[in-house]
Design a binder for this molecule. Structure first.
Ligand code: AMP
Ligand code: MG
Length: 345
């Protein structure tokens, strides 16, 4: 798409800026919004002609539905048919990084849900996102504010890089606190949950609230030709830098030993943990402290994005994360970045 729109970039937005942003959204404009997970590319979810602009700006296939963002979980009933599981999830985790799939009501246009009979609902906790949606008085449909196929955006600089010239306004809200997209769950008739996309609301946290959780196959494995994930977006290539990413699976020591031969090579980057033996190599990129999965989550997309400007790098080695807590979300995103390329060490 040609870059034709004059994008207004607003650093530290004031209440008046948010009122302007809400006016833009009301009339069908595109506004990039900071949230606690990643930046979102927002449009008015009740205007059927607005969603296609998001798909065009991102270069995203239009069968990949958008999440609608609400100021308050109590508003969900107006746009979707809620259930007991939704109420319990809302009490425990909203506002926050959790998206719930529910049967949609007619006021939500097909263009938002990619023609599905269901709609994805989330209540973001970021104060700018929350206040903006409150001022709007209508739900804001938003996918992540990145060009399709690139890692999601977690800083205003990332958003400017991908979206300047393609959207009406970009609101700065600092670096995203979590750094990975929301957890997506689908409540089943029996009250159990299917996890469609892992995120900061972990399987363990859902189980602690008394839910039985099963994982959609697309969370941990490559789907076969013809298989459909429950979340259409999970089938697309995502997060992948230009360079080939290879995940090393094994004990921490074995992974470090496997990286050592590539120390200081200009054509290879080594993603590692803070006090790994290779962390002092000139080609090492530290993801975070070994035990700090939250820190690793916050840094991952920035790190993956940084490789695209370093054309000499053709290969990236990274440790395969374990699946504990938010580790499952890191595991899922890195698996996709690597195109499921795993080497046992
Ligand atoms: P993003 O907007 O980039 O965070 O991606 C939104 C994710 O939510 C995609 O993976 C979509 O496929 C998924 N999603 C949105 N709406 C639905 C729905 N009604 N049913 C299943 N998945 C959905
Ligand atoms: Mg996305």
């Amino acid at each position: 798409m040609e870059q034709t729109i004059n994008t207004k970039i607003v650093y530290t937005p004031t209440e008046d800026d948010l009122i302007s942003a809400a006016d833009l959204l009301r009339t069908g404009g595109l506004v990039a919004i900071p949230t606690e997970t990643v930046y979102g590319l927002g449009v008015n979810a009740l205007l059927s002609e607005a969603a296609p602009k998001v798909y065009a700006a991102k270069g995203r296939p239009s069968d990949n539905p958008l999440i609608i963002h609400l100021a308050d979980a109590a508003d969900a009933e107006r746009y979707a048919i809620t259930c007991d599981a939704f109420d319990r999830l809302a009490t425990a985790f909203m506002p926050g990084p959790l998206t719930v799939i529910l049967p949609k009501r007619d006021c939500i246009p097909d263009s938002v849900t990619g023609g599905l009979a269901t709609v994805a609902v989330r209540v973001p906790s970021h104060p700018i996102a929350h206040r903006l949606i409150e001022l709007c008085g209508f739900p804001v449909a938003a996918p992540s504010a990145n060009l399709s196929g690139r890692p999601s955006t977690t800083t205003v600089e990332h958003v400017i890089e991908d979206m300047k010239g393609r959207v009406d306004m970009i609101l700065d809200g600092g670096a995203s606190d979590i750094g990975l997209e929301s957890t997506i769950v689908l409540p089943k008739e029996d009250g159990s949950l299917v996890l469609l996309r892992p995120g900061a609301i972990t399987v363990e946290m859902l189980e602690e609230e008394g839910f039985t959780v099963t994982l959609d196959k697309a969370v941990t494995a490559r789907l076969q030709e013809g298989e459909q994930p429950l979340a259409p977006g999970m089938k697309y290539r995502h997060y992948a830098p230009r360079a080939r990413v290879i995940l090393l699976s094994g004990e921490r020591e074995s992974v470090q030993a496997a990286m050592e031969p590539y120390r200081d090579r200009a054509d290879t980057a080594l993603i590692c943990y803070a006090d790994d033996t290779v962390a002092d190599a000139s080609n090492a990129r530290v993801l975070g402290a070994f035990e700090r999965r939250d820190e690793q989550a916050r840094n991952l997309f920035d790190l993956l994005r940084s490789f695209d400007s370093q054309t000499e790098i053709t290969r990236i080695y990274a440790p395969l994360p374990d699946r504990k807590g938010i580790g499952l979300a890191l595991f899922n995103r890195m698996l996709k970045a690597a195109g499921y390329d795993i080497e046992e060490v």
